[in-house]
Design a protein around this ligand. Structure first.
Ligand code: BES
Ligand code: MG
Ligand code: ZN
Length: 467
């Protein structure tokens, strides 16, 4: 899809002209108003569409009237959703050249427009022998060029992340994630299993030890002259989560190729970071491995020693993500960065609490947490802060080690947050994003088709470029 910025959208010769219409108001064209509004009583309710042939009366072959609802109720989220809806409709009628006429919107819709149309255009049909989707080739819109270009890069990072997370676990292995990182043209170090052993990453390595695939610890670095700030972003990189010896039931395992969505997000962000030239140093970290049951698996009752020397009694091998993140957090803090943000498909409990529309967020610094929430909100990603009361650590107390890895089922997202906190040095500002519910959809939702959503990419990239 190519987005072309034009000022006179109405006069573009195209397959479909999408014309935004506020509820009970008129469109730009008398012809459309007469047939669609007066004769057919189309009201322009939010999300409703009406397709009409123009028979040479307008430069566009067809007009798709797009209901935007009441003007005072339109916001960036609804605008994006409406644009996505029109995009999907245009794709379904095999339109290749589509123009968007969005008048009197009341705010700069440029970036949201790009999000809506490009996210809707995404398909994952790599493994289909017959590719059925017709993509829109050219999109015309009157918008701010800078914001459009920003949006295009951000969505291309999302697509990168979505492709990786949609990829089956048989292909998206730890080695493959490492190879992907190495191809990004950044300073990158891949640590082998032996090197991780030397670094003392006993928690991370235990998780991967049941798999025939070698774990890889990935460190990518972007820097610039005199960085204003130094941050680390960490993604959970479990390329498949079977649960380990505490094996998941079949139905819960079905989508567990997505358990590297955090890692996919980091790779997506790092894939475009140079194009934005941000003024900060960014370290992208992934502890990649597979959680499998076998004769060499780690077991309930095992005691692991993390990189910071803390000991962990395993009470459930399915709470593996926090073990891998523990060592990655220690590594990040040793870099003496100012801020650490981790993203993880960490707990089913977070998904139960917040569903698929919002990710959980926790941390040790109010300002960082608030800033991430705000950046997310401005870019179509919702975060809801979950508590970090000390009481949530109670169930993690162990008789024979410094802590257990799992604890109580109740309040599981917060318990996981309290566990992670033990691996963050107090002087490091830290936010933890639990994307278990938002990273992978079992059915289409708003602008997304089923499958990976690229959760976190918009938030992290915008957060980085706003610094
Ligand atoms: N990867 C899962 C969490 C998850 C669940 C992600 C559903 C996406 C959708 C994680 O490793 C896990 O298995 N968590 C357990 C923790 C439990 C053993 C404390 C869970 O949520 O059941
Ligand atoms: Mg698990
Ligand atoms: Zn997991």
């Amino acid at each position: 899809m190519e987005i072309k910025i034009v000022s006179d959208v109405k006069n573009i010769e195209c397959d479909v002209l999408v014309a935004g219409m506020f509820e009970k108001e008129k469109t730009f064209s008398d012809f459309v108003n007469e047939y669609v509004i007066e004769k057919d009583k189309f009201e322009g309710k939010f999300g409703e569409t009406y397709l009409i042939q123009t028979f040479g009366k307008l430069p566009a072959r067809k007009v798709l009237v797009l209901g935007l609802g009441k003007k005072e109720e339109l916001n960036t989220d609804k605008l994006r959703e409406a644009v996505a809806k029109a995009t999907k409709k245009a794709m379904s009628i095999k339109a290749e050249k589509v123009a968007f006429l969005l008048e009197n919107i009341g705010f700069d819709y440029s970036k949201q427009f790009v999000y809506g149309t490009m996210i809707a255009d995404y398909v994952f049909d790599k493994y289909k022998s017959e590719k059925k989707t017709t993509h829109i080739k050219e999109v015309y819109v009157a918008a701010n060029e800078n914001e459009v270009n920003k949006g295009i890069k951000i969505v291309s990072a999302m697509n990168f992340a979505r492709n990786l997370a949609n990829e089956p676990a048989q292909f998206a292995t730890p080695a493959e994630l490492a190879a992907t990182a190495c191809d990004l043209g950044l300073e990158t170090k891949i640590y082998s299993k032996e090197e991780c052993e030397q670094m003392g990453m006993g928690a991370f390595l235990a998780v991967g030890q049941g798999s025939t695939r070698e774990p890889k610890f990935i460190h990518m670095k972007y820097t610039c002259n005199n960085p204003k700030k130094r941050i680390a972003i960490i993604g959970k990189g479990i390329t498949f989560d079977s649960g380990g010896l505490d094996l998941k039931p079949a139905s819960s395992m079905l989508t567990m190729k997505d358990d590297m969505s955090g890692a996919a997000c980091i790779l997506g962000v790092m894939s475009v970071i140079k194009e934005f030239n941000p003024n900060i140093e960014v370290h992208g970290l992934i502890a990649a491995c597979e959680n499998m049951p076998s004769g060499s698996s780690y077991k309930p009752g095992d005691i692991l020693t993390a990189k910071n020397g803390k000991t962990i009694e395993v009470d459930n091998t399915d709470a593996e993500g926090r073990l891998t993140l523990a060592d990655a957090l220690c590594y990040a803090c040793e870099l003496k960065v100012d801020e650490v943000i981790d993203l993880a498909t960490l707990t089913g409990a977070c998904m139960v609490a917040l569903g698929t529309h919002a990710s959980g967020i926790m941390g040790n610094n109010d300002e960082l947490v608030k800033n991430v929430i705000k950046t997310g909100k401005e870019n179509g990603e919702t975060y809801w802060e979950l508590p970090m009361f000390d009481d949530y650590f109670d169930s993690l107390k162990s008789d024979i080690a410094d802590m257990k890895n799992t604890g109580s089922r109740w309040g599981g997202a917060s318990t996981a947050g309290k566990f992670l906190e033990k691996f963050v040095t107090p002087e490091t500002k830290w936010a933890h994003l639990d994307i278990a519910g938002t990273a992978f959809l079992e059915k289409p939702q708003k602008e997304f088709i089923a499958g990976a959503t690229g959760a976190g990419v918009r938030t992290l990239l915008n957060y980085i470029i706003e610094q």
